[in-house]
Design a protein around this ligand. Structure first.
Ligand code: ACO
Length: 424
């Protein structure tokens, strides 16, 4: 807290309302508007453009400067020196683990990676044409049914166990969803493999063999790591809001998965590939760029722009490097769809419209390219995003419920009818 105060004066009223200002370790100070209700006002901020919905110590973003820090560590340093599970530990516990803490954490995640037979049956009950995000969302909600009785969210120990179950089972559920929709048998998790290798093995391998390319496993681990958290985005805010009622954490995470599905959020990586397919050939790019710039046309270049980053998304830089490594390892530099992506990226980075509006390629643009190259089908992209993001959702939920919190309950600017009588 600082001694600084803001004063709000309303036309026609003699007194002004004094509002405390709280300092942050980074980023803009916040004006506490909670007392406004007593003065007969609500604040109005559609899309939460200026609203800090909570206090948090997990992740900091400066969109203007292209900075993303987890517990203070820059994302590019984590991508270079850390790995996904270590970053999970950091997000959850606030500090990097020592060697023993890391080993114990990794083991606990592995020990909790197999899913209950009832969840396997649930996944198998869905039609093969189902969207994988719908299947994943139902499966994670199903975990609430499996683990409700032994989860007391007031106990730190139970919350740790839930974290191991969630992080351990997300890749298993993602791979099972893929296998079911392809009509193939499930592959059990293999504790001898690391996190990303195990995911790739459960997706593309079989129970006997476990040969995963180190370049692809490293790229997969980076995809998980770069998606691990992104402060109060739509899906994380959903998890906090849902969790604020005291609901089961898996139910809250399922709500976050539903939010992530949309094309303005996690669904963008799927939308990128669909768009590249729609563009069809390099010759058509100019037409689509013009469509994106035309205000009368609802078409937008998917994978470009971001609500917070008005500079290059720092995750996109690392993801671009991983994309180049994967394409070279797989000899796919000349793939026609990827050629469209590269040309599009170049044009958009040079075009006045995109430069002026600060519409840079975002992380989804490059992650979509990598996953396509690895052989993951387009409709699975958001499932991968959800797998990586699960820890971020959980860290925010855990931060909220481990201290006093209120149920989230926004107010509204009502513009419907005032009271009127029912016609007699
Ligand atoms: N293509 C063309 N024009 C765009 C694009 C785009 N991808 N994105 C924004 N614009 C334009 C808008 O038309 C608007 O123009 P105007 O000022 O002339 O009206 C201006 O840029 C600002 O756009 P807003 O929609 O107001 O920006 P907002 O911050 O609300 O939206 C969003 C951000 C949703 C990401 C948007 O840029 C978009 O739709 N991008 C494509 C979808 C996408 O890639 N989403 C992934 C987000 S990243 C993630 O979830 C991990």
């Amino acid at each position: 807290m600082t001694d600084k105060k803001a004063r709000l004066t309303v036309d026609g009223q003699d007194t002004s309302v004094e509002l405390p200002i709280y300092a942050c370790t980074a980023g803009p100070d916040v004006i506490d508007v909670t007392s406004l209700t007593k003065n007969g006002f609500f604040t109005y901020d559609p899309g939460f453009m200026s609203t800090a919905s909570c206090e948090s110590k997990i992740t900091f973003i400066d969109g203007g400067k292209g900075i993303l820090l987890h517990r203070g560590y820059p994302i590019d340093q984590l991508a270079e020196h850390s790995d996904y599970l270590e970053t999970c530990y950091l997000l959850l516990k606030g500090e990097l683990p020592n060697a023993e803490q890391k080993q114990q954490f990794v083991q606990a995640v592995k020990d909790n990676s197999a899913v209950a037979p009832s969840i396997a049956k649930l996944i198998q009950s869905f039609p093969k044409e189902a969207h994988p995000m719908a299947v994943l969302c139902s499966a994670v909600a199903g975990l609430a049914a499996v683990y409700n009785d032994d989860t007391d969210i007031a106990k730190a120990e139970d919350r740790d166990t839930t974290a191991y179950r969630l992080i351990g089972q997300m890749p298993t559920l993602a791979a099972m969803t893929f296998k079911h929709l392809k009509g193939e048998d499930f592959v059990e998790p293999n504790k001898a493999l690391d996190y990303a290798e195990n995911y790739l093995n459960m997706t593309f391998g079989n129970s006997a063999a476990s040969k995963v390319s180190p370049t692809l496993a490293k790229a997969m681990d980076r995809i998980f790591l770069l998606h691990a958290d992104h402060e109060q985005n739509a899906s994380t805010s959903t998890v906090r809001l849902s969790g604020s009622s005291g609901t089961n954490p898996f139910a809250a995470i399922a709500a976050g998965i539903s939010t992530l599905w949309g094309p303005a959020h996690g669904g963008a990586n799927e939308a990128v590939l669909n768009m590249l397919e729609e563009i069809g050939s390099v010759e058509n790019i100019d037409t689509y760029v013009e469509k994106a710039k035309d205000k009368a046309d609802p078409f937008r270049l998917m994978g470009f722009g971001h609500r917070v980053y008005k500079n290059f998304d720092p995750r996109a830089k690392v993801m671009k490097q991983a994309a180049d490594e994967v394409l070279s390892e797989l000899g796919l530099e000349n793939d026609p769809l990827l050629a469209i992506a590269k040309k599009l990226e170049k044009i958009a980075l040079e075009d006045e419209y995109f430069i002026q509006k600060k519409l840079y390629p975002n992380v989804d643009f490059y992650s979509g390219i990598i996953m396509k190259a690895i052989g993951i089908p387009t409709e699975m992209f958001t499932v991968i995003f959800a797998t990586g993001r699960a820890v971020g959702w959980y860290a925010h939920w855990d931060e909220m419920v481990s201290q006093p919190y209120k149920i989230g309950r926004p107010r509204q600017r009502y513009t419907g009818y005032a009271k009127r009588d029912y016609p007699e």
